[in-house]
Design a protein around this ligand. Structure first.
Ligand SMILES: [Zn+2]
Length: 334
């Protein structure tokens, strides 16, 4: 099953740009910018062993601090794409970027955009991986960050930008304040993909659906506690991006055994299996598929169906969707 999943052509819809850096990439960045982060791979693995969520945030931010120049961004993006394509048979990914964290560290948005676009074109050419961007608001920085992120999206728009998101903590960050920004992004033709219901209850998912126009939900774990909400998500075809290992690591769910994935599927909700910040949660998209297969008791056909759903609910161009769906069919037949 592990080999089958590894070779299965896949799309990944919930994965963070800087959160995808493997120890190999961090080591290179740390040697460019010597400081607290180790360069030795063995030491780095230990550095990535999180004691709790607070420690995870500290480590994450220390990695964010290693990304200081446009060349760092280009390198990171290209190497993340290599890991996705070579290790995990990814054909398409919507990478969630948080341009604001780079801009406030001194990288102009023009240089930022040029760096990710340069890496995107090179990754498609060299690895056959099609990348699209989702810009997310770092929610903890509030309305000013939302306004800035909307500006990056609309005033410095690139064709590969498909979605507008919202990340960071949910507790103490009310969703209604971001309604005007999501309305403007939707009006400009971007898709709405906020995180919600990861660390707060189903009311945050309702806010995402009713106020932010969510077309997919990042996590939405707590939707499991509200059957009316599950029915609504199923009826409207609003998919949940489900990242099991991340949910356990952040204590959104107590254990994999208690993960509500099966409840979502039984309620008819579309689910897209995803990896969130894979190296930081000691996982890969392949591993998340293995976990899902176990939780849902799936055979090869069932696993291929999961992969198809991610393609279906993606914002990939139609020809890319058809190509990957065709590849999944031939893989299954072969
Ligand atoms: Zn996320």
């Amino acid at each position: 099953m592990r080999d089958f999943i590894q070779g299965l052509p896949k799309a990944e819809l919930h994965v963070h740009h800087i959160g995808s850096v493997s120890p190999r990439i961090v080591s290179e960045l740390a040697s460019r910018h010597p400081g607290v982060v180790p360069t030795d791979l063995e030491e780095l693995r230990k550095y990535f062993e999180f004691r709790d969520f607070g420690h995870f945030i500290d480590v994450y931010l220390s990695v964010v601090d290693l990304v200081r120049t446009p060349e760092d961004i280009r390198y990171l993006t290209y190497e993340v794409a290599r890991d996705m394509a070579e290790g995990q048979s990814l054909r398409y990914a919507e990478l969630t970027c948080t341009p604001h964290t780079s801009v406030i560290r001194g990288i102009p948005i023009e240089a930022y955009t040029e760096a990710i676009e340069d890496a995107r074109v090179a990754a498609e050419r060299d690895f056959g991986l099609v990348l699209r961007w989702i810009y997310d608001i770092p929610g903890e920085l509030g309305v000013p960050a939302a306004e800035a992120t909307l500006g990056y999206a609309l005033d410095h728009r690139v064709d590969a930008l498909v979605g507008f998101g919202l990340g960071g903590p949910e507790v103490g960050v009310p969703r209604p304040q971001f309604q005007p920004h999501f309305e403007a992004a939707l009006a400009a033709g971007l898709h709405s993909v906020p995180h919600s219901g990861e660390t707060t209850g189903p009311e945050t998912v309702w806010d995402a659906v009713r106020l932010l126009g969510a077309e997919r939900i990042g996590h939405g774990t707590s939707s499991a506690h509200d059957f009316t909400l599950l029915e609504h998500l199923a009826e409207e075809g609003i998919a949940l991006e489900v990242c099991p290992s991340s949910n356990v690591a952040t204590r959104a769910v107590a254990s994999l055994e208690e993960h509500p994935l099966r409840r979502f599927v039984e309620a008819g909700v579309l689910v897209s299996i995803a990896s969130d910040d894979p190296p930081m949660f000691n996982t890969t998209l392949n591993r998340e598929y293995e976990i899902a297969a176990e939780l849902l008791d799936l055979d090869r056909d069932g696993i291929a169906d999961l992969a198809r759903t991610s393609v279906d609910v993606s914002f990939a161009p139609d020809d890319v969707k058809q190509r990957i769906l065709g590849e999944i069919d031939s893989y299954l037949a072969g």
